[in-house]
Design a protein around this ligand. Structure first.
Ligand code: 6GU
Length: 227
């Protein structure tokens, strides 16, 4: 999979070169590029913003640099998915990550200020699958941190990125429930004991206990996830 992120702050994406995603890039399982939007400006000041028609607070990203960048980046056969991180988008879920992990090419359009001129997306609709996606009901300063969260959630589902594929099976959200609590040695730490059942070695009992813990935890903090 190839992932491109268009941004005025390419430095944000340096973190993708470390740990598992760094290894996956070295192994050519994923290719990642951070692209500086200002390279697609024409004026001496490399301007990317302007004031909004109709008034209102703040600045907007002007369409021309986005058009130049996307002309270069979108696959001519329409196979690119263009993701626009935005609090006005559909909610990003594990199923979204699952779906996107099968794509050949994803471009993230990381906006700053009050967002990007709407015509960029109206134009791109005929050239790519355009999706506005939000991480949740709160506001970030720009799309970069949101794009990085999505990239990590997507890339770790690609075969070969995570060494132990079994670890993907039991984690939170893969089953629709939150993950059960986990413990390691020592058996007693600061007077707190590891639950007896986990030390007993009865695998059926352990599985039942974990399932109960997942359900009670989900009921307590995320009842909206229960059927
Ligand atoms: Cl995807 N972008 C921004 N700027 N803010 C957000 C968000 C995305 N998701 C939640 N808040």
């Amino acid at each position: 999979m190839r992932i491109d992120a268009v941004t005025i702050f390419p430095e944000y994406f340096a973190a993708l070169d470390i740990s598992l995603l760094g290894k996956a890039q070295e192994n050519k399982v994923i290719e990642f590029n951070a692209i500086d939007l200002r390279n697609y400006t024409q004026d001496k000041h490399r301007t990317v913003d302007d004031s909004p028609y109709g008034g209102g607070a703040g600045m907007l990203m002007k369409p021309e640099p986005w058009g130049e960048a996307l002309d270069e980046l979108l696959n001519p056969d329409g196979s690119t998915v263009l993701i626009v991180p935005s609090p006005a988008g559909e909610l990003f879920k594990q199923a979204t990550a699952q779906d996107l992990s099968t794509k050949e090419h994803i471009v993230f359009a990381c906006g700053r200020y009050e967002g990007i001129d709407q015509r960029v997306f109206d134009w791109a609709k005929d050239k790519a699958e355009v999706r506005l996606i939000s991480l949740g009901d709160y506001v970030l300063n720009g799309g970069e941190v949101a794009a990085m969260a999505m990239i990590e959630a997507i890339a770790r589902l690609i075969p070969g990125v995570i060494g132990n594929a079994d670890s993907l099976v039991e984690e939170s959200h893969s089953s629709g429930l939150l993950e059960y609590p986990s413990y390691t040695k020592p058996a007693v730490w600061r007077d707190l004991e590891v639950p007896e059942v986990l030390r007993g070695g009865n695998h059926a009992e352990i599985a039942t206990w974990r399932q109960e813990q997942s359900v009670s935890r989900t009921k307590a903090v995320r009842p909206d996830l229960l059927p």
